[in-house]
Design a protein around this ligand. Structure first.
Ligand code: GLN
Length: 455
């Protein structure tokens, strides 16, 4: 109830879309009773959290922060939600985000934007902005988010909290409202790498209801984060770890204050025993056009189901069937969602498919290959998450300029690699800057261990 009072007192941040006080108290009491009986379900039993409104839930409406799904109730829980429930967590409510997770500022929410608690006139990042802010403002100790092209890492960075996007296939996508299915991954946001490790452990695992879910054993991330490396000592926990710094992540496109904070964090990491090595990800720039072809292409297909019949808002007045579709979709979707549907439909259309979509698929493979070439020289890759600290709300009106800011998060997404953001320090105006760590496939434990060592 203390946290629910904080949620209510921080209403102006816009992080929550809905809460249920009665339900939360009931779940908390059940956890207390389990504890009294000595039957606790584990480390997460009784821990309060909240879910990004991209996950469908039976206990709350699930809207993807879109008018299209206003009031929609799912008949089932997303697998990630069900797993966290089974671990005994207490759900306070659902969190604001960019509409259908499309965006990096949370200004695309059809309900209202989210404000950054470090400066309420600034964006918190997105699309999981509500998830990052709920943790940053200490409304809840941990949240879930989703990351298609950076939506866990970038808001975590801009809001000064920790977030991890696991390897594609680690967490089930079942019950995650689909944006770009070949990229979408769930991930936790919390105060520390340790808390992220606990959550990720509970969220992960094979699910037969997701065709791209991996048959991969789930390590005990929380235990591994405390496990010492070979030859490490107390003062040098990262002994022998080679961290690759991609040349392309430290160029002219990054603001000076961000580079400075990232370099300072890397100097700390070096003191802890890690070695910094130069590597190259030569197709970094291409990740923007590649992503902004593939993601809208998949989105245009995934959003076809919102037609006012199968799912979603239906216009009150219409003529024939086509007019019903047209009016329902015009009213239900926001501007950014419509933009992506148009781009996606265009790049998939006859005569353009080979020129755009097919080329993008080929380049996507090459971007993944570049990472493997880099991993021949290092264990982890590090760099900035975003080129600048959080900008002011309403200060970006050019969608293409907004897309360019995703340059450092898109490569790992396209390659399906795990990536995380851990607080590195502060930039201009005392605003938070995150350090991005990217690992090879299934190496989340290594990322969490490194972040934990320097936190
Ligand atoms: N900012 C990116 C986009 O707008 C990433 C969004 C995401 O990861 N969901 O698509």
């Amino acid at each position: 109830s203390h946290l629910l009072a904080r949620v209510a007192a921080h209403e102006h941040l816009g992080a929550f879309l809905c809460t249920d006080v009665e339900l939360a108290l009931q779940q908390a009491r059940a956890a207390d009773e389990r504890r009294a009986r000595g039957e606790t379900l584990g480390a997460l039993d009784g821990v309060p959290l909240a879910h990004k409104d991209i996950f469908v839930t039976t206990d709350f409406p699930s809207t993807a922060a879109s008018k299209m799904l206003a009031g929609y109730r799912s008949p089932f829980d997303a697998t990630v939600v069900a797993k966290l429930k089974a671990a005994g967590t207490v759900t306070l409510g659902k969190l604001n985000c960019d509409e259908f997770a499309m965006g990096g500022s949370n200004e695309n929410s059809a309900i209202r934007p989210v404000r950054n608690p470090w400066d309420a006139e600034r964006i918190p990042g997105g699309s999981s902005g509500g998830s990052a802010v709920a943790v940053a403002a200490r409304l809840v100790p941990a949240t879930t988010g989703t990351d298609t092209g950076g939506s866990v890492r970038q808001p975590a960075s801009l809001s000064g909290v920790t977030g991890i996007k696991p390897t594609y296939g680690r967490c089930s996508r079942y019950g995650m409202i689909a944006f770009a299915s070949s990229l979408d991954q769930a991930g936790p946001i919390a105060k520390s790498a340790e808390d992220c490790a606990l959550l990720l452990g509970a969220m992960s695992g094979f699910d037969e209801r997701d065709a791209t879910s991996a048959q991969q054993p789930v390590p005990d991330f929380a235990a591994l984060l405390r496990a010492p490396r070979d030859g490490a000592s107390a003062g040098r926990p990262l002994h022998g770890l080679r961290i690759g710094l991609p040349r392309e992540f430290f160029g002219a496109g990054v603001a000076g204050d961000v580079t400075q904070a990232v370099r300072a964090a890397l100097a700390e990491v070096e003191k802890l025993g890690a070695t910094l090595v130069d590597v190259s990800l030569p197709r970094t720039e291409l990740s923007i056009p590649v992503y902004y072809i593939i993601a809208p292409a998949e989105a245009s297909s995934n959003l076809g189901r919102f037609d006012g019949v199968r799912y979603g808002h239906r216009a009150a007045q219409y003529g024939d069937l086509l007019d019903m579709y047209r009016k329902s979709r015009s009213e239900g979707f926001g501007a950014e969602v419509k933009r992506r549907i148009m781009i996606g439909t265009y790049v998939l259309s006859h005569g353009y498919y080979d020129a755009y979509y097919l080329q993008a698929q080929k380049l996507r493979r090459m971007i993944a290959d570049d990472f493997q070439a880099a991993f021949a020289h290092c264990d982890l890759i590090a760099g900035p998450v975003a080129p600048t600290v959080a900008r002011r709300l309403g200060s970006q009106t050019d969608p293409v300029a907004e897309y360019l800011a995703d340059i450092f998060t898109l490569p790992a997404s396209l390659a399906g690699l795990p990536g995380m953001s851990a607080p590195a320090g502060f930039g201009e105006g005392g605003l938070p800057v995150g350090l991005q760590l990217i690992g090879n496939y299934w190496q989340e434990a290594q990322l969490l261990h490194a972040a934990h060592s320097f936190q």
